[in-house]
Design a binder for this molecule. Sequence first.
Ligand code: NAP
Ligand code: GLV
Length: 308
Amino acid sequence: MALLFKSSWDRADWWREELLQRIPDLDFRVWPDVGDEAAITYALVWKPKPGDLARYRNLKAIFSLGAGVDHLLADPTLPRVPVCRLVDRALTRGMTEHVLTHVLRFHRNLPGYERQQHAFEWKGLPIKLPEERIVCVMGLGELGGAAAKALAAHGFHTRGWSRTPKTLAGVESYAGNDALAAFLKGCEILVCLLPLTRETEGILSCQLFAHLPRGACLINAARGAHLVEEDLIPALDTGQLGGAALDVFRVEPLPRGHPYWTNPRILITPHVASVTDPRSSAELVAENIRRVDAGEAPLYVVDPRRGY
Ligand code: NAP
Ligand code: GLV
């Protein structure tokens, strides 16, 4: 019984240390030193290549090294075993920090002051109270729900959109496609924290931007493929959007020649909104190994048909 670790992003040595502290007899193998493939019962992975996992015929569960599982479910040959996503307090807190940082940046018009600084301009810009600012969060799961609650606690007029209705302190809940236009009406800062699925791919498009008031700002910390890339710069050029803070991109790293790099209204971060930390995340992986070994259902299993 062995666990196979494969990621070109996460540190195998850190994961080994944290998992062995919790399961001392765990046979932890790091790709490509797999050894006997038949011994692999667990895969702990980030973005394996399609087909990579099909060779392990004795897999009992697949653990994503992130909250998202789109990198796994896109593989048509993925073994039919439970696929578990990461849910972790530190991951949630990191995303809440990212969202608060960028919402406050737009709310206090820091991009405007950056532009003024380049022009040696000393001038106060209009300011609003948080309760006068409608901030909308798409996706009210572990990450979006926590971010929306934090925005509401700060005093923003906060709305959230999900498939099913939610009750979250201070957050107005909108559910389903029929409620999308009402959710977006008057929204000045839009945050995307949806999972990437067939339904949500390309949802951030010029059609959606047209529902926002002129000058609204976009924060995408979910997946690059939520955004129709070619719709963003025209929306910024016409002023329909006032700015964008993007952490995720269709192709990562963002290619050097990509026009987003040099657009003054786009702030780029390199997929770091919230980073998996094995010091806390290993707890869930270890618990899931214990559960599966004991014949119990693991936690946070995704529904492959739903896509999240
Ligand atoms: P989650 O707990 O599964 O929550 C997903 C939320 O999206 C749920 O509220 C769900 O609605 C809603 N949703 C799904 N499909 C929808 C649809 N078609 N229409 C409306 N709402 C829909 O996911 P999470 O843990 O919060 O993570 C969200 C995403 O964040 C991940 O999938 C990943 O892509 C991204 N992420 C990015 C980073 C980064 O560093 N940039 C880090 C971690 C995660 P219901 O509640 O009704 O089911
Ligand atoms: C990161 O993008 C994650 O899904 O955790």
